[in-house]
Design a protein around this ligand. Structure first.
Ligand SMILES: [Zn+2]
Length: 395
């Protein structure tokens, strides 16, 4: 057993022993036969402990406790411990036994319901959890906040974005000022999810309404600019698309690469070659991002030829060395068309460059190839950033 689990079990046992003593004292006067039965459970628990089976021993100790206000904490702790150990069914059984008990008052029953919500979520019984959260609307603000946060988790899992937004708004009314930002960031992304779904069906007005709400929740959410840029482009509002997408460099410059292709396409659709050239030149001068440099070099190769692209690349590679740029330099430098070995080498190199992870979560470190707005590792929003990997030794 891990040291952490062992000390947790020991702490639980001390708490249970104390609670048992207190419960024992309240029972001793009136229920002699019950006490004898509980004593039996107590000694069974002790036996499990001596046999190094702390889970069973805790269970047996708790069974020896009458359910009342004095012992509730121990019962709740057992339910929580079982859930954290993955014994979700047993944890649900503990809470359900508590709920069936008539000695607990409403505030105590609400504490039990909150524990049961967590176990239902862990078991994937989301509809039952939702029902309980609804019942907890009348609980005190602390329990209500915790229940609403569980609701937020459930609606994100179910991708029920409208319900998630409603919960986020309820939370905003109850939370402390320093908790607002985190909730607003999430709600902004919920609106973006809705906007993207509407955009897919070309429902531009509805998508725009959701985007406005997303912007109101969190002005510097780059995702709003990317979606709005796409929406304006699809509606052939190229000038507006460019203006929206250029805003990203002030919101979060690490995302400018994401908007590059659409900005180029918008200038091309406008036939505005002069502004396009100056955009390329500015991007080249201002960026140190390997991913964006790669996009620029590829654009120059397609539009001004391989020699010009090579010239630009070799100027920049010394200042911003990266595996991507070195790989591109090899691809541009060799003419592999007449050499089967070089061609094979190029294919392997291209596959390698494409397989590289491009994004990383700043919160949990999860790396991924494609951009996700919600981290698949830790479920946080707005923590994923493009990786700007330079080769330090080469600098
Ligand atoms: Zn993460």
């Amino acid at each position: 057993m891990e040291l952490g689990n062992l000390s947790l079990s020991l702490l639980m046992l001390i708490a249970v022993a104390l609670a048992w003593y207190s419960g024992y004292k309240t029972q001793i006067k009136s229920k002699t036969s019950q006490v004898k039965e509980n004593n039996k459970d107590y000694f069974i628990g002790l036996n499990y402990l001596l046999n190094d089976e702390p889970d069973h021993s805790i269970d047996a100790f708790i069974s020896s406790l009458e359910i009342n206000s004095n012992t509730l904490e121990s019962h709740l702790a057992l339910g929580n411990l079982l859930m954290r150990r993955g014994k979700v069914d047993e944890s649900i059984a503990v809470y359900q036994k508590l709920l069936a008990n008539s000695q607990l008052n409403n505030a105590e029953l609400n504490q039990v319901k909150l524990g049961l919500v967590k176990s239902y979520v862990a078991a994937g019984l989301l509809d039952r959890a939702e029902k309980l959260i609804d019942e907890l609307k009348v609980a005190n603000s602390e329990i209500r906040m915790k229940a609403l946060n569980m609701g937020l988790t459930i609606y994100q899992l179910e991708k029920e974005w409208l319900k998630a937004i409603k919960v986020a708004n309820d939370l905003l009314k109850l939370c402390m000022p320093n908790e607002r930002h985190e909730i607003q960031v999430k709600a902004s992304h919920f609106y973006c999810e809705l906007a993207e779904a509407e955009l897919e069906f070309h429902h531009y007005n509805q998508a725009k309404d959701y985007l406005n709400s997303a912007i109101n929740m969190h002005r510097s959410n780059v995702r709003t600019s990317l979606i709005l840029g796409k929406l304006e482009f699809e509606q052939t509002n190229y000038k507006q698309a460019i203006k929206t997408l250029l805003r990203i460099s002030t919101q979060d410059p690490s995302f400018t690469t994401e908007a590059f292709d659409l900005i180029i396409a918008s200038y091309q659709a406008q036939n505005n070659h002069k502004k396009l050239e100056s955009f390329i030149e500015n991007s080249l001068n201002e960026t140190s991002s390997p991913a964006l440099l790669l996009k620029i070099v590829n654009y120059i190769k397609d539009n001004e030829g391989r020699e010009k692209a090579k010239e630009i690349l070799f100027q920049r590679i010394e200042r911003n060395p990266s595996i991507e740029l070195l790989g591109q330099a090899i691809l541009l430098n060799d003419n592999s068309e007449n050499d089967p070995n070089a061609k094979k080498f190029h294919e392997i190199l291209i596959r390698y460059l494409r397989s590289k992870t491009q994004y990383q979560c700043d919160s949990c470190g999860f790396k991924m190839k494609n951009l996700h707005w919600q981290c698949p590792g830790c479920s946080e929003w707005s923590f994923i950033k493009p990786i700007e990997a330079f080769i330090e030794e080469a600098k």
